[in-house]
Design a protein around this ligand. Structure first.
Ligand code: UD1
Ligand code: MG
Length: 453
Protein backbone atom coordinates (compact mmCIF):
# COMPACT_ATOMS: atom_id res chain seq x y z
CA UNK A 1 0.00 0.00 0.00
CA UNK A 2 2.86 2.36 0.71
CA UNK A 3 3.45 2.72 -3.03
CA UNK A 4 0.01 4.27 -3.44
CA UNK A 5 0.11 8.06 -3.47
CA UNK A 6 -2.17 9.75 -0.98
CA UNK A 7 -3.55 13.26 -0.53
CA UNK A 8 -5.21 14.22 2.74
CA UNK A 9 -7.71 17.05 2.69
CA UNK A 10 -8.39 18.53 6.09
CA UNK A 11 -11.50 20.68 6.35
CA UNK A 12 -11.08 23.51 8.79
CA UNK A 13 -13.33 26.28 7.55
CA UNK A 14 -15.90 25.95 10.34
CA UNK A 15 -17.02 29.12 12.11
CA UNK A 16 -16.40 27.86 15.61
CA UNK A 17 -18.36 30.61 17.34
CA UNK A 18 -19.32 28.30 20.15
CA UNK A 19 -15.75 28.30 21.44
CA UNK A 20 -16.36 31.99 22.34
CA UNK A 21 -12.83 32.73 21.29
CA UNK A 22 -10.72 35.09 19.22
CA UNK A 23 -8.70 32.04 18.18
CA UNK A 24 -9.93 29.87 15.27
CA UNK A 25 -11.49 26.70 16.65
CA UNK A 26 -9.03 24.23 15.17
CA UNK A 27 -6.08 26.09 16.71
CA UNK A 28 -7.29 25.35 20.22
CA UNK A 29 -4.91 22.82 21.69
CA UNK A 30 -4.96 19.30 23.01
CA UNK A 31 -1.84 18.27 24.92
CA UNK A 32 -0.33 21.58 23.85
CA UNK A 33 -0.78 20.96 20.11
CA UNK A 34 -3.50 22.58 17.94
CA UNK A 35 -6.26 20.06 17.32
CA UNK A 36 -5.80 20.35 13.56
CA UNK A 37 -2.13 19.41 14.03
CA UNK A 38 -3.26 16.16 15.67
CA UNK A 39 -5.24 15.45 12.51
CA UNK A 40 -2.17 16.24 10.38
CA UNK A 41 -0.11 13.80 12.46
CA UNK A 42 -2.71 11.06 12.00
CA UNK A 43 -2.76 11.66 8.24
CA UNK A 44 1.03 11.43 8.08
CA UNK A 45 1.07 8.30 10.22
CA UNK A 46 -1.39 6.71 7.78
CA UNK A 47 1.11 7.29 4.96
CA UNK A 48 -0.33 10.44 3.46
CA UNK A 49 2.34 12.25 1.48
CA UNK A 50 0.48 15.45 0.55
CA UNK A 51 -1.72 17.69 2.64
CA UNK A 52 -4.37 20.21 1.66
CA UNK A 53 -5.80 22.44 4.35
CA UNK A 54 -9.16 24.04 3.61
CA UNK A 55 -9.49 27.20 5.66
CA UNK A 56 -11.99 30.02 5.99
CA UNK A 57 -12.37 32.23 9.03
CA UNK A 58 -8.98 33.45 10.30
CA UNK A 59 -7.19 32.38 7.11
CA UNK A 60 -4.03 34.39 7.80
CA UNK A 61 -3.70 33.17 11.35
CA UNK A 62 -4.26 29.62 10.17
CA UNK A 63 -1.62 29.89 7.44
CA UNK A 64 0.89 31.21 9.96
CA UNK A 65 0.11 28.53 12.50
CA UNK A 66 0.19 25.77 9.87
CA UNK A 67 3.80 26.66 9.00
CA UNK A 68 4.74 25.11 12.33
CA UNK A 69 2.81 21.85 12.30
CA UNK A 70 2.36 21.30 8.55
CA UNK A 71 5.01 23.31 6.69
CA UNK A 72 4.42 21.41 3.46
CA UNK A 73 0.63 21.66 3.49
CA UNK A 74 -1.04 23.68 0.77
CA UNK A 75 -3.76 25.98 2.08
CA UNK A 76 -7.00 26.57 0.15
CA UNK A 77 -9.50 29.19 1.17
CA UNK A 78 -13.20 28.34 1.06
CA UNK A 79 -14.70 31.81 0.74
CA UNK A 80 -18.29 30.81 1.46
CA UNK A 81 -19.27 27.98 3.73
CA UNK A 82 -21.54 26.05 1.37
CA UNK A 83 -21.04 22.54 2.71
CA UNK A 84 -18.47 19.79 3.09
CA UNK A 85 -18.41 18.80 -0.61
CA UNK A 86 -17.95 22.44 -1.54
CA UNK A 87 -15.12 22.65 0.98
CA UNK A 88 -13.37 19.60 -0.49
CA UNK A 89 -13.69 21.15 -3.94
CA UNK A 90 -11.83 24.23 -2.71
CA UNK A 91 -8.82 21.91 -3.00
CA UNK A 92 -9.68 21.02 -6.61
CA UNK A 93 -6.22 22.01 -7.82
CA UNK A 94 -4.64 19.50 -5.44
CA UNK A 95 -7.11 16.73 -6.28
CA UNK A 96 -6.49 17.29 -10.01
CA UNK A 97 -2.83 16.37 -9.60
CA UNK A 98 -3.97 12.76 -9.55
CA UNK A 99 -3.55 10.64 -6.43
CA UNK A 100 -4.43 7.00 -5.85
CA UNK A 101 -6.04 7.74 -2.47
CA UNK A 102 -7.76 10.82 -1.16
CA UNK A 103 -8.57 11.07 2.53
CA UNK A 104 -10.99 13.65 3.85
CA UNK A 105 -10.84 14.59 7.52
CA UNK A 106 -12.25 17.32 9.73
CA UNK A 107 -9.83 19.65 11.49
CA UNK A 108 -12.02 19.74 14.58
CA UNK A 109 -11.91 15.97 15.14
CA UNK A 110 -8.52 15.54 16.78
CA UNK A 111 -8.61 11.97 18.10
CA UNK A 112 -8.53 10.29 14.70
CA UNK A 113 -6.79 6.97 14.80
CA UNK A 114 -4.21 6.49 12.02
CA UNK A 115 -5.22 2.83 11.93
CA UNK A 116 -8.77 3.76 10.94
CA UNK A 117 -7.30 5.80 8.08
CA UNK A 118 -4.97 3.00 7.05
CA UNK A 119 -7.87 0.52 7.10
CA UNK A 120 -9.86 2.81 4.80
CA UNK A 121 -6.90 3.10 2.43
CA UNK A 122 -6.66 -0.67 2.35
CA UNK A 123 -10.26 -0.82 1.07
CA UNK A 124 -9.32 1.62 -1.71
CA UNK A 125 -6.41 -0.63 -2.61
CA UNK A 126 -8.99 -3.44 -2.87
CA UNK A 127 -10.79 -1.32 -5.50
CA UNK A 128 -13.44 0.48 -3.45
CA UNK A 129 -14.38 3.88 -4.90
CA UNK A 130 -15.63 5.39 -1.63
CA UNK A 131 -14.96 4.27 1.94
CA UNK A 132 -16.85 5.75 4.89
CA UNK A 133 -15.47 5.29 8.38
CA UNK A 134 -18.53 4.73 10.54
CA UNK A 135 -19.05 4.27 14.25
CA UNK A 136 -21.82 2.97 16.48
CA UNK A 137 -23.35 5.91 18.32
CA UNK A 138 -25.08 5.59 21.67
CA UNK A 139 -26.94 8.73 20.78
CA UNK A 140 -26.87 9.19 16.99
CA UNK A 141 -28.59 12.56 17.01
CA UNK A 142 -26.78 15.10 14.82
CA UNK A 143 -24.83 12.53 12.82
CA UNK A 144 -25.37 11.35 9.26
CA UNK A 145 -26.87 7.82 9.25
CA UNK A 146 -25.35 5.06 7.14
CA UNK A 147 -28.12 3.58 5.02
CA UNK A 148 -27.45 -0.01 4.02
CA UNK A 149 -29.35 -2.28 1.65
CA UNK A 150 -28.61 -5.99 1.58
CA UNK A 151 -25.48 -5.35 3.63
CA UNK A 152 -24.21 -2.70 1.24
CA UNK A 153 -23.82 0.98 1.96
CA UNK A 154 -26.06 2.89 -0.44
CA UNK A 155 -26.39 6.37 1.06
CA UNK A 156 -25.65 8.66 3.99
CA UNK A 157 -28.62 10.61 5.21
CA UNK A 158 -28.06 13.72 7.29
CA UNK A 159 -30.18 13.96 10.46
CA UNK A 160 -32.36 16.75 9.08
CA UNK A 161 -33.19 14.74 5.97
CA UNK A 162 -33.89 11.43 7.74
CA UNK A 163 -37.27 9.74 7.95
CA UNK A 164 -38.38 8.68 11.44
CA UNK A 165 -37.38 5.12 10.59
CA UNK A 166 -33.90 6.22 9.41
CA UNK A 167 -33.38 8.26 12.56
CA UNK A 168 -33.36 5.00 14.52
CA UNK A 169 -30.17 3.85 12.78
CA UNK A 170 -27.18 4.04 15.13
CA UNK A 171 -24.43 3.26 12.59
CA UNK A 172 -23.24 6.79 11.83
CA UNK A 173 -20.83 8.71 9.68
CA UNK A 174 -17.79 9.64 11.74
CA UNK A 175 -16.73 12.18 9.14
CA UNK A 176 -13.68 10.35 7.78
CA UNK A 177 -13.91 9.40 4.17
CA UNK A 178 -11.56 7.84 1.67
CA UNK A 179 -12.15 8.32 -2.05
CA UNK A 180 -10.35 6.74 -4.98
CA UNK A 181 -8.48 9.57 -6.69
CA UNK A 182 -9.59 8.48 -10.16
CA UNK A 183 -13.27 8.96 -9.26
CA UNK A 184 -13.05 11.88 -6.84
CA UNK A 185 -13.67 14.95 -9.01
CA UNK A 186 -16.34 13.23 -11.12
CA UNK A 187 -18.29 12.27 -7.99
CA UNK A 188 -17.85 15.61 -6.22
CA UNK A 189 -18.98 17.60 -9.26
CA UNK A 190 -22.29 15.75 -9.25
CA UNK A 191 -23.20 16.77 -5.70
CA UNK A 192 -26.17 19.12 -5.54
CA UNK A 193 -27.68 21.10 -2.70
CA UNK A 194 -31.23 19.83 -2.60
CA UNK A 195 -31.49 19.01 1.10
CA UNK A 196 -32.84 20.47 4.33
CA UNK A 197 -29.78 22.70 4.83
CA UNK A 198 -29.32 23.67 1.18
CA UNK A 199 -25.63 22.66 1.44
CA UNK A 200 -23.36 20.67 -0.83
CA UNK A 201 -22.91 17.51 1.23
CA UNK A 202 -19.77 15.44 0.83
CA UNK A 203 -21.80 12.52 2.11
CA UNK A 204 -23.90 12.57 -1.09
CA UNK A 205 -21.05 11.02 -3.06
CA UNK A 206 -21.98 7.71 -1.43
CA UNK A 207 -25.39 7.61 -3.11
CA UNK A 208 -23.98 8.91 -6.40
CA UNK A 209 -21.23 6.28 -6.48
CA UNK A 210 -23.55 3.45 -5.40
CA UNK A 211 -26.08 4.37 -8.12
CA UNK A 212 -23.30 4.09 -10.70
CA UNK A 213 -22.46 0.60 -9.51
CA UNK A 214 -19.16 1.64 -7.97
CA UNK A 215 -17.95 -0.18 -4.89
CA UNK A 216 -18.90 1.72 -1.71
CA UNK A 217 -17.79 0.39 1.66
CA UNK A 218 -18.36 1.26 5.31
CA UNK A 219 -15.69 0.41 7.88
CA UNK A 220 -16.14 0.72 11.61
CA UNK A 221 -13.97 2.57 14.08
CA UNK A 222 -14.31 3.72 17.68
CA UNK A 223 -16.39 6.72 18.68
CA UNK A 224 -13.29 8.84 19.39
CA UNK A 225 -12.67 9.00 15.65
CA UNK A 226 -15.88 10.99 15.32
CA UNK A 227 -15.49 13.22 18.37
CA UNK A 228 -15.86 16.70 16.89
CA UNK A 229 -15.06 19.65 19.10
CA UNK A 230 -17.56 22.50 19.13
CA UNK A 231 -17.11 24.05 22.56
CA UNK A 232 -14.65 24.07 25.44
CA UNK A 233 -16.45 21.31 27.29
CA UNK A 234 -15.86 18.99 24.33
CA UNK A 235 -12.28 20.27 24.13
CA UNK A 236 -11.73 19.16 27.73
CA UNK A 237 -13.38 15.81 26.97
CA UNK A 238 -10.97 15.22 24.08
CA UNK A 239 -8.03 16.29 26.25
CA UNK A 240 -9.14 13.76 28.86
CA UNK A 241 -9.29 10.92 26.36
CA UNK A 242 -5.92 11.89 24.87
CA UNK A 243 -4.27 12.00 28.31
CA UNK A 244 -5.76 8.66 29.25
CA UNK A 245 -4.34 7.06 26.11
CA UNK A 246 -0.92 8.61 26.67
CA UNK A 247 -0.73 7.56 30.33
CA UNK A 248 -1.55 4.01 29.41
CA UNK A 249 1.09 4.05 26.68
CA UNK A 250 3.68 5.41 29.16
CA UNK A 251 2.86 2.74 31.74
CA UNK A 252 2.98 -0.05 29.17
CA UNK A 253 6.41 1.19 28.11
CA UNK A 254 7.76 0.83 31.64
CA UNK A 255 7.03 4.14 33.36
CA UNK A 256 5.45 4.02 36.83
CA UNK A 257 2.63 6.49 37.34
CA UNK A 258 1.40 6.21 40.91
CA UNK A 259 -1.78 8.17 40.27
CA UNK A 260 -2.00 8.24 36.46
CA UNK A 261 -5.12 10.37 36.34
CA UNK A 262 -3.19 13.27 37.94
CA UNK A 263 -0.25 13.31 35.52
CA UNK A 264 -0.54 15.43 32.37
CA UNK A 265 1.65 14.85 29.34
CA UNK A 266 2.40 17.09 26.40
CA UNK A 267 2.05 15.82 22.83
CA UNK A 268 5.83 15.43 22.62
CA UNK A 269 6.85 14.20 26.09
CA UNK A 270 9.54 11.53 25.96
CA UNK A 271 9.94 9.46 29.09
CA UNK A 272 12.16 6.43 29.66
CA UNK A 273 11.49 3.12 31.38
CA UNK A 274 11.80 2.81 35.15
CA UNK A 275 11.10 6.47 35.67
CA UNK A 276 8.65 6.98 38.51
CA UNK A 277 6.23 9.89 38.36
CA UNK A 278 4.47 10.76 41.59
CA UNK A 279 0.99 12.34 41.68
CA UNK A 280 0.14 15.77 40.31
CA UNK A 281 2.89 16.36 37.80
CA UNK A 282 2.52 18.59 34.72
CA UNK A 283 4.63 18.19 31.59
CA UNK A 284 4.63 21.15 29.20
CA UNK A 285 6.10 20.86 25.70
CA UNK A 286 9.65 19.76 24.97
CA UNK A 287 10.39 17.43 27.87
CA UNK A 288 12.77 14.52 27.49
CA UNK A 289 13.36 12.19 30.42
CA UNK A 290 15.77 9.24 30.32
CA UNK A 291 15.47 6.07 32.36
CA UNK A 292 15.22 5.63 36.11
CA UNK A 293 14.44 9.23 37.03
CA UNK A 294 12.19 10.18 39.93
CA UNK A 295 9.74 13.00 39.41
CA UNK A 296 8.23 13.78 42.77
CA UNK A 297 4.76 15.17 43.38
CA UNK A 298 3.57 18.61 42.23
CA UNK A 299 6.39 19.34 39.80
CA UNK A 300 5.88 21.55 36.73
CA UNK A 301 8.27 20.70 33.90
CA UNK A 302 8.60 22.16 30.40
CA UNK A 303 11.37 22.34 27.80
CA UNK A 304 13.65 20.35 30.08
CA UNK A 305 16.02 17.46 29.53
CA UNK A 306 16.41 15.07 32.44
CA UNK A 307 19.11 12.40 32.29
CA UNK A 308 18.93 8.99 33.91
CA UNK A 309 18.56 8.62 37.67
CA UNK A 310 17.90 12.30 38.28
CA UNK A 311 15.69 13.33 41.17
CA UNK A 312 13.24 16.19 40.68
CA UNK A 313 10.84 17.76 43.15
CA UNK A 314 8.56 17.65 45.01
CA UNK A 315 7.32 21.11 43.97
CA UNK A 316 10.11 21.71 41.46
CA UNK A 317 9.75 23.95 38.45
CA UNK A 318 11.94 23.17 35.45
CA UNK A 319 11.65 25.75 32.71
CA UNK A 320 12.89 25.70 29.10
CA UNK A 321 16.59 24.97 28.80
CA UNK A 322 16.88 23.16 32.11
CA UNK A 323 19.36 20.38 31.37
CA UNK A 324 19.88 17.92 34.18
CA UNK A 325 22.71 15.47 33.70
CA UNK A 326 22.97 12.01 35.25
CA UNK A 327 22.01 11.79 38.93
CA UNK A 328 21.50 15.54 39.31
CA UNK A 329 19.02 16.62 41.97
CA UNK A 330 16.63 19.55 41.94
CA UNK A 331 14.54 19.58 45.08
CA UNK A 332 11.55 21.33 46.60
CA UNK A 333 10.64 24.89 45.66
CA UNK A 334 13.52 25.21 43.22
CA UNK A 335 13.27 26.81 39.79
CA UNK A 336 15.79 26.04 37.06
CA UNK A 337 15.81 27.86 33.71
CA UNK A 338 18.31 27.70 30.82
CA UNK A 339 20.91 26.00 32.97
CA UNK A 340 22.99 22.85 32.94
CA UNK A 341 23.11 20.95 36.21
CA UNK A 342 25.98 18.58 35.70
CA UNK A 343 26.37 15.04 36.95
CA UNK A 344 25.52 14.55 40.61
CA UNK A 345 25.13 18.27 41.34
CA UNK A 346 22.50 19.17 43.93
CA UNK A 347 20.10 22.09 44.01
CA UNK A 348 17.96 20.92 46.84
CA UNK A 349 15.95 23.70 48.46
CA UNK A 350 14.27 27.01 47.68
CA UNK A 351 16.62 28.14 44.93
CA UNK A 352 16.53 29.95 41.59
CA UNK A 353 19.10 28.92 39.00
CA UNK A 354 18.81 30.76 35.67
CA UNK A 355 21.32 31.15 32.81
CA UNK A 356 23.94 29.07 34.53
CA UNK A 357 26.13 26.00 34.58
CA UNK A 358 26.53 24.04 37.77
CA UNK A 359 29.57 21.80 37.68
CA UNK A 360 29.51 18.10 38.53
CA UNK A 361 29.05 17.34 42.20
CA UNK A 362 28.55 20.98 43.22
CA UNK A 363 26.23 21.67 46.13
CA UNK A 364 23.93 24.66 46.01
CA UNK A 365 22.71 25.65 49.47
CA UNK A 366 19.12 26.51 50.35
CA UNK A 367 17.90 29.87 49.15
CA UNK A 368 20.66 30.49 46.63
CA UNK A 369 19.72 32.87 43.83
CA UNK A 370 21.53 33.49 40.57
CA UNK A 371 20.81 37.19 39.96
CA UNK A 372 20.78 36.86 36.19
CA UNK A 373 18.77 39.90 35.14
CA UNK A 374 19.35 43.63 35.59
CA UNK A 375 16.00 44.60 34.15
CA UNK A 376 17.42 44.79 30.62
CA UNK A 377 19.74 41.87 29.89
CA UNK A 378 20.43 38.35 31.09
CA UNK A 379 23.87 37.31 32.37
CA UNK A 380 25.57 33.99 32.98
CA UNK A 381 26.72 32.33 36.17
CA UNK A 382 29.31 29.59 35.99
CA UNK A 383 29.82 27.34 39.01
CA UNK A 384 32.76 24.95 38.90
CA UNK A 385 32.92 21.29 39.66
CA UNK A 386 32.58 20.42 43.35
CA UNK A 387 31.90 24.00 44.44
CA UNK A 388 29.92 24.66 47.61
CA UNK A 389 27.52 27.59 47.69
CA UNK A 390 26.45 28.42 51.26
CA UNK A 391 22.78 28.96 51.97
CA UNK A 392 21.05 32.18 51.10
CA UNK A 393 23.74 33.43 48.75
CA UNK A 394 23.12 35.76 45.84
CA UNK A 395 25.39 35.25 42.85
CA UNK A 396 25.26 38.45 40.83
CA UNK A 397 25.91 37.57 37.19
CA UNK A 398 28.05 37.70 35.21
CA UNK A 399 30.13 35.83 37.72
CA UNK A 400 31.99 32.56 38.03
CA UNK A 401 32.90 30.36 40.95
CA UNK A 402 35.95 28.20 40.37
CA UNK A 403 36.27 24.46 40.85
CA UNK A 404 36.01 23.58 44.53
CA UNK A 405 35.19 27.21 45.39
CA UNK A 406 33.51 27.75 48.73
CA UNK A 407 31.00 30.54 49.31
CA UNK A 408 30.07 31.50 52.84
CA UNK A 409 26.35 31.53 53.68
CA UNK A 410 24.49 34.74 53.14
CA UNK A 411 27.04 36.11 50.68
CA UNK A 412 26.33 38.53 47.87
CA UNK A 413 28.96 37.54 45.31
CA UNK A 414 29.69 40.21 42.71
CA UNK A 415 33.25 39.23 41.76
CA UNK A 416 34.42 35.92 40.38
CA UNK A 417 35.98 33.47 42.80
CA UNK A 418 39.01 31.38 41.79
CA UNK A 419 39.35 27.60 42.17
CA UNK A 420 39.41 26.36 45.76
CA UNK A 421 39.03 29.88 47.21
CA UNK A 422 36.76 30.77 50.12
CA UNK A 423 34.67 33.91 49.60
CA UNK A 424 32.68 35.91 52.13
CA UNK A 425 30.41 38.59 50.78
CA UNK A 426 28.64 39.68 53.92
CA UNK A 427 29.03 42.03 56.89
CA UNK A 428 31.07 40.62 59.78
CA UNK A 429 29.13 39.61 62.86
CA UNK A 430 29.55 41.68 66.05
CA UNK A 431 28.46 40.21 69.42
CA UNK A 432 28.02 42.63 72.34
CA UNK A 433 27.73 40.82 75.70
CA UNK A 434 24.80 41.96 77.93
CA UNK A 435 23.57 44.43 75.27
CA UNK A 436 20.45 42.37 74.53
CA UNK A 437 19.14 42.65 78.05
CA UNK A 438 19.93 46.38 78.22
CA UNK A 439 18.03 47.01 75.01
CA UNK A 440 14.98 45.12 76.22
CA UNK A 441 14.85 47.19 79.41
CA UNK A 442 15.12 50.44 77.49
CA UNK A 443 12.34 49.51 75.10
CA UNK A 444 9.97 48.30 77.82
CA UNK A 445 10.44 51.50 79.86
CA UNK A 446 9.76 53.64 76.80
CA UNK A 447 6.57 51.68 76.05
CA UNK A 448 5.32 52.08 79.66
CA UNK A 449 5.98 55.84 79.56
CA UNK A 450 3.94 56.15 76.33
CA UNK A 451 0.99 54.29 77.89
CA UNK A 452 0.90 56.63 80.93
CA UNK A 453 1.19 59.80 78.89
C1 UD1 B 1 -20.76 16.04 9.19
C2 UD1 B 1 -21.29 14.97 8.22
C3 UD1 B 1 -22.10 13.95 9.00
C4 UD1 B 1 -21.25 13.33 10.09
C5 UD1 B 1 -20.66 14.42 10.99
C6 UD1 B 1 -19.65 13.83 11.92
C7 UD1 B 1 -21.64 16.07 6.07
C8 UD1 B 1 -22.65 16.66 5.15
N1 UD1 B 1 -22.09 15.63 7.23
O1 UD1 B 1 -21.90 16.71 9.72
O2 UD1 B 1 -22.56 12.94 8.14
O3 UD1 B 1 -22.00 12.42 10.84
O4 UD1 B 1 -19.98 15.41 10.21
O5 UD1 B 1 -19.22 14.78 12.81
O6 UD1 B 1 -20.50 15.98 5.72
N2 UD1 B 1 -16.72 22.47 6.81
C9 UD1 B 1 -16.07 23.32 5.98
N3 UD1 B 1 -16.78 24.03 5.06
C10 UD1 B 1 -18.12 23.89 4.95
C11 UD1 B 1 -18.79 23.02 5.83
C12 UD1 B 1 -18.06 22.31 6.75
O7 UD1 B 1 -14.84 23.45 6.04
O8 UD1 B 1 -18.70 24.58 4.08
C13 UD1 B 1 -15.94 21.69 7.79
C14 UD1 B 1 -16.23 22.14 9.21
O9 UD1 B 1 -15.28 23.09 9.63
C15 UD1 B 1 -16.08 20.85 9.98
C16 UD1 B 1 -16.44 19.78 8.98
O10 UD1 B 1 -16.34 20.35 7.72
O11 UD1 B 1 -14.73 20.64 10.37
C17 UD1 B 1 -17.82 19.18 9.22
O12 UD1 B 1 -18.80 20.19 9.11
P1 UD1 B 1 -20.02 20.26 10.09
O13 UD1 B 1 -20.85 21.42 9.73
O14 UD1 B 1 -19.57 20.11 11.48
O15 UD1 B 1 -20.82 18.93 9.65
P2 UD1 B 1 -21.82 18.11 10.52
O16 UD1 B 1 -23.17 18.71 10.42
O17 UD1 B 1 -21.26 17.86 11.86
MG1 MG C 1 -19.75 18.69 13.10
Amino acid sequence: MSQRSCLSIILAAGEGTRMKSAVPKVLHTIAGLPMVAHVVKAAEAAGSSELALVIGHGADEMRKAALKFAPKAEAFVQEKRLGTAHAVLAARAAISKGYDDILVMFGDTPLIDPEALAAARLKLAERAAVVVVGFRAKNPSGYGRLIEKAGKLVAIREEKDCSDEEKKITFCNGGLMAVAGRHALKLLDQVGSKNAKGEYYLTDIVEIAAAQGLDVVATEASFENALGINNRAELAQAEGIWQQRRRREAMLSGVTLIAPETVFFSHDTEIGADTVVEPNVWFGPGVKIATGAKIHAFSHIEGATIASNCDVGPFARLRPGADLRTKAKVGNFCEVKQAIVEEGAKVNHLTYIGDARIGAGANIGAGTITCNYDGYSKFFTDIGEGAFIGSNSSLVAPVSIGKGGYIASGSVITESVPDDALAFGRARQRTLPGKGKELRERFSQAAAARKKG
